[in-house]
Design a protein around this ligand. Structure first.
Ligand code: PLP
Length: 417
């Protein structure tokens, strides 16, 4: 039997996402001297332009040759001392892993456990912060988009309650699966440490940990006693000041980042957020109205525009759906992690994608579900999603819709040929 699977693999895990051809081509470069007098042109341009993606004028951006996890660690160790109190909530595998890291690094974490399928519990955060009269809590952690459950939290709300409680703790936000796909406003929301990575909305391979740091957080570095070396921001600040890195950076990744930023600015950040919402709504129509299945997200206010976690019926192993989708249909879906292992599969809908790519994923997931005995109606996902997409604008109203563009370019006013 042939082991070759013809055609493209349909990659619909919520990261790594599809790397656009333009970005792939930009990464096909011969290696260069990262200490040349020309190198800073590239590094300074990406560091400067990333600020626009974080929506920050006053903050500073750092790029580590790591993944998002490295940026988590950099955020904590550069600003905290062992034993410092941290407030965090856990409602999925990624919010859990950041808490686990904070505990292993020796911080005293007050963990608020929340049902998986919900997000950051604003009222409980507020109670805890108001009760902390001596301001012992130094860090407030929030995961903007919990990739394991497809839940988005209200980060503006976290800032509001911290301000209302007049609490001076630093605000740390995990924006790994939201940056450049779901609105994120570092300055406006007073985010002090914004953590992200390259392999999601930035449409690159994994390999860069990206961190936005506010001026307040930069000042906190002086008193922070946690041990740090590779992730020490002080080394990075010194080297970045002239456009260099304290160690060998990944050239292809930086060239890829340059091209992905070009693509982001060509489409426009707000249009990108709009597209992600529009595509996500089509997927949700497929899941809820087409298949008549449930999402892990408990309420529409938690719905994520970058990933949908689809609950499989009792008695069915979600892992089985994923395996059939992969082996039989060349479609990669995201697995259920930890507490929700086997109970769901995830469809990533972030990065460089459109309706018809998602149609492939929906159709493939549907076939795999039918194959393992889930009684969904054949064709129902495509019907529901297409109904949504055909009747909604793919771009914000003030921009010309794709349909209008099509007709404008095809109606010249005179009939030719
Ligand atoms: N935080 C969130 C929300 C994530 O989705 C992930 C990875 O998927 C991480 C953190 C960890 O990032 P990485 O795998 O790049 O280390």
């Amino acid at each position: 039997m042939s082991t070759r699977m013809p055609g493209r693999n349909f990659l619909f895990v919520p990261g790594p996402t599809n790397v656009p051809d333009r970005v792939q081509r930009a990464m096909m470069v011969a290696m260069e001297d990262h200490r040349s007098s020309k190198f800073p042109e590239l590094s300074i341009s990406v560091l400067t332009d990333l600020k626009k993606v974080f929506k920050s004028d006053s903050g500073q951006i750092f790029i580590f040759p790591s993944s998002g996890t490295g940026a988590w660690e950099a955020a904590l160790t550069n600003t905290l001392s062992p034993g410092d109190k941290v407030l965090a909530s856990r409602f999925g595998q990624f919010s859990h892993l950041w808490i686990d890291m904070a505990q292993r690094l020796g911080y005293d974490v007050e963990v608020l456990d929340v049902e998986w399928g919900e997000g950051v519990p604003l009222e409980r955060y507020e109670q805890v912060l108001r009760a902390d009269k001596r301001h012992e809590i130094k860090a407030v952690l929030a995961c903007q988009n919990e990739t394991a459950t497809g839940v988005t939290s209200d980060i503006a709300g976290v800032r509001r309650l911290m301000d209302d409680a007049r609490h001076p703790a630093l605000l740390y936000v995990d924006a790994v699966s939201s940056l450049a796909s779901i609105d994120f406003r570092m300055d406006e929301w007073g985010v002090d440490l914004a953590v992200s990575g390259s392999q999601k909305g930035l449409m690159l391979p994994a390999g860069l940990g990206i961190l936005g740091v506010s001026q307040k957080a930069l000042k906190a570095m002086d008193g922070a006693k946690s041990k740090r070396c590779y992730f020490d921001l002080a080394d990075m600040i010194k080297a970045n000041a002239t456009g260099y890195f304290p160690y060998t950076p990944s050239l292809p990744m930086l060239y890829g980042l340059r091209e992905s930023l070009n693509m982001i600015f060509e489409e426009g950040l707000e249009t990108i957020f709009f597209r992600h919402h529009y595509l996500a709504e089509g997927v949700r129509a497929a899941v809820l109205e087409g298949w008549k299945l449930k999402l892990c997200a408990k309420d529409p206010k938690w719905y994520s525009d970058t990933v949908s976690a689809v609950m499989v019926p009792e008695g069915i192993n979600g892992g089985h759906v994923i395996d059939v989708a992969f082996r039989r249909y060349n479609l990669a879906l995201g697995a259920g992690l930890a507490k929700v292992a086997g109970k769901l599969f995830r469809i990533g809908h972030l990065g460089d994608l459109n309706e018809l790519m998602l149609m492939g994923a929906l159709a493939g997931a549907e076939m795999a579900m039918l194959d393992v005995g889930i009684k969904v109606t054949p064709g129902s996902a495509v019907a529901a999603a297409s109904n949504y997409w055909r009747t909604h604008d793919p771009v914000p109203k003030k921009k010309v819709s794709r349909e209008q563009q099509f007709y404008a370019s095809h109606s010249t006013g005179s009939i030719q040929g």
